[in-house]
Design a protein around this ligand. Structure first.
Ligand SMILES: *[C@@H]1O[C@H](CO)[C@@H](O)[C@H](O)[C@H]1NC(C)=O
Ligand SMILES: *[C@@H]1O[C@H](CO)[C@@H](O)[C@H](O)[C@H]1NC(C)=O
Length: 346
């Protein structure tokens, strides 16, 4: 009671003080009718319409990976698959929503869901063969066809997802070489075209772009990659991919870290942009500095800005019916290892 009346007193004193001030300074207070009085009515309080050529409601398809993503800590079901929530948050932070594409659903179903999207994200993981590889190959082919058909349909292959795209384009199973780059914070060597229109790094603020070349702001976490020499001397790869950035492994060997399609909006990126902001396993050495978080944000801005260029305008309700919000994220990182959160599909 005492608190309440003290508050009321405070409130009335404050109100009175404001009123008194208003009366004294009444020549500085504008009535609503006085606002914008110098402007013509047509120019007042109008917002610029968003660019109608861009899709401001982009949707990204993410392919699920076999297993629970947590070494059986969450589920041992045989048909279970997962998407680490960090990839979903990454896409959301760029201003898009996610539709999960399950690696073990039928090609017809994958195709229907892909038709509701404006871009494809192929995550890191450990599966590199069997039905998972078949689904990835099917979706990649469908994405290229979407582009051939006149849509701008971006594909982002991260870490293993990117390495698998290199294998598919090379049409050679043993095209990758071993590199010593598990859980390796790195800086990058930028190549001549790294700031071209449509390149991942084009969306980076210039100070951050400079820092990428001198500070360890990205995490590599792989044991296979391709050397720039091998990529450039492979006809299939060099006609498809332009190298944007390279990095050194623990032994000083240089590998291709980022590459982009010459003729398709396809980006292969071996470092994981989503981990800086969204993965906290202590065994992983993901950088979490403010600049490292800006790296996550700039990468998300890049990918989603590419998806906004897609002319596909899927039905709102069909999108909502298939969004990842139909599933629950589970906490898998309580042991301090693996993904912090995963979406499970059983
Ligand atoms: C999955 O199997 C492993 C090994 O048998 C076991 O330790 C784990 O508790 C199981 N996970 C669940 C969610 O039951
Ligand atoms: C990777 O690099 C570390 C540190 O230089 C070295 O100790 C290790 O033997 C290397 N591993 C392989 C597989 O070459």
């Amino acid at each position: 009671m005492e608190n309440k009346s003290a508050f009321s007193l405070f409130f009335f004193v404050t109100l009175f003080t404001c009123l008194a001030a208003a009366i004294v300074n009444n020549d500085h207070i504008l009535l609503p009718s006085q606002l914008h009085r110098d402007k013509s009515p047509s120019s007042s309080s109008k917002c610029t319409a968003p660019d109608p050529n861009l899709n401001q409601r982009p949707v990204i398809g993410i392919l699920s990976n076999p297993g629970d993503g947590c070494s059986g800590r969450l589920s041992n079901s045989s048909g279970v698959s997962h998407i680490a929530a960090s990839y979903v948050k990454f896409v959301e932070s760029g201003g898009a929503r996610v539709i999960p594409l399950l690696y073990n659903e039928s090609p017809e179903s994958l195709k229907t869901k892909l038709s509701l999207t404006n871009g494809l994200l192929l995550t890191g993981g450990s599966a590199a063969s069997g039905p998972y590889l078949e689904a990835l190959q099917f979706l990649f082919q469908a994405a290229l066809e979407r582009n051939d058909g006149g849509d701008h349909f971006p594909v982002l292959g991260l870490n293993l997802g990117g390495n698998l795209l290199i294998k598919i384009v090379a049409d050679q199973a043993d095209v990758l070489e071993p590199f010593n780059a598990s859980s390796l914070p790195s800086y990058l060597q930028m190549w001549i075209n790294s700031l071209e229109e449509g390149s991942l790094y084009q969306k980076f603020p210039s100070d951050l772009f400079q820092l990428l070349m001198s500070e360890c702001l990205v995490l590599h976490n792989h044991i296979y990659a391709i050397s720039p020499y091998k990529l450039q001397y492979n006809k299939k790869l060099s006609s498809f991919f332009d190298i944007l950035a390279t990095a050194a492994d623990r032994d000083g060997k240089i590998f291709v870290s980022t590459a982009r399609g010459w003729n398709y909006p396809v980006t292969v990126n071996l470092w994981n942009p989503e981990k800086n902001a969204f993965e906290w396993a202590t065994s992983l050495k993901a950088p979490h500095t403010e600049n490292a978080i800006r790296v996550t944000q700039s990468s998300a801005n890049f990918f989603v800005s590419e998806a906004r260029k897609s002319s596909n305008r899927p039905d709102y309700q069909a999108v909502r019916d298939n969004l990842i919000y139909n599933y629950k994220a589970s906490y898998g990182g309580v042991a301090g290892k693996g993904y912090d959160q995963v979406y499970l599909f059983e």
